[in-house]
Design a protein around this ligand. Structure first.
Ligand code: S3P
Length: 164
C-alpha cells in the first residue's frame, strides 16, 4: 500500500511521515526531496522557471514515486491542488490530511520559510495573509482525503492507527 500524507506547508508531513514509515517498516519518500534529487536542483531553483513549470515536474515525479509498494509519501503542500493529483493519490493509496490551525502553521513557517519559494520573501503580515487565504482555497482539496487527522495533537502511534 502507499500512504500519502497531505497538508499545508509546515504541518509536519515529512517529520511524521519518516517516523510512521519507520514504525510500520515502509519506505519513505519526501516528494520535494525526490524531485530535488532527480533534477539535481533545489526547489527554489526549479521555481525560477515559474510555478507552472514546477507543477508539471511535480506531477511527473508524483507518478514515478507512486511506482512503488509499501511506501509513505509526504507530498508538497500544493501537490493535491493541481491537475487531478488528489484523485490519482486517492485511487492509488490511502490519503491522510494532516490538518492544522493557520495560526500554528504561521508560527512554524516563520522559522522555516527560506527553502519555500512561495513564502521565502514574505514579511510576517504577508505570511499570515498568505496562509489564511491559501489554506482556505486548498482545504477543498485536502478535505477529500480518506482520513483527516489533527496535526497539532497527534502522535505517530495514533497516526499508525489510521493506516490500518
Ligand atoms: C509548496 C510546498 C512545498 C514545495 C513547494 C510548494 C506549496 O512543500 O512543494 O515549495 O505549494 O505549498 P512542503 O509542503 O513540503 O513545504
Amino acid at each position: 500500500m502507499i500512504i500519502f500524507l497531505i497538508g499545508f506547508m509546515g504541518c509536519g508531513k515529512s517529520t511524521l511521515g519518516k517516523k510512521l514509515a519507520l514504525n510500520i517498516e515502509y519506505d519513505f519518500i519526501d516528494l520535494d526531496i525526490y524531485i530535488q534529487d532527480q533534477e539535481s536542483k533545489s526547489i527554489n531553483e526549479i521555481f525560477k522557471n515559474g510555478e507552472d513549470y514546477f507543477r508539471k515536474i511535480e506531477r511527473v515525479y508524483l507518478q514515478s514515486a507512486m511506482e512503488t509498494k509499501n511506501t509513505v509519501i509526504a507530498v508538497g503542500g500544493g501537490t493535491p491542488c493541481y491537475f487531478n493529483n488528489m484523485q490519482l493519490m486517492k485511487e492509488n493509496g490511502l490519503t491522510i490530511y494532516i490538518d492544522m490551525h493557520p495560526t500554528e502553521l504561521i508560527s512554524r513557517l516563520r522559522l522555516s520559510k527560506k527553502n519555500r519559494p512561495l513564502i521565502a520573501s514574505l514579511k510576517d503580515n504577508e505570511l499570515s495573509n498568505f496562509v489564511f487565504e491559501n489554506l482556505n482555497e486548498r482545504k477543498g482539496y485536502y478535505n477529500k482525503a480518506h482520513k483527516i487527522v489533527d496535526g497539532s495533537d497527534i502522535s505517530v502511534k495514533q497516526l499508525q492507527l489510521y493506516c490500518q
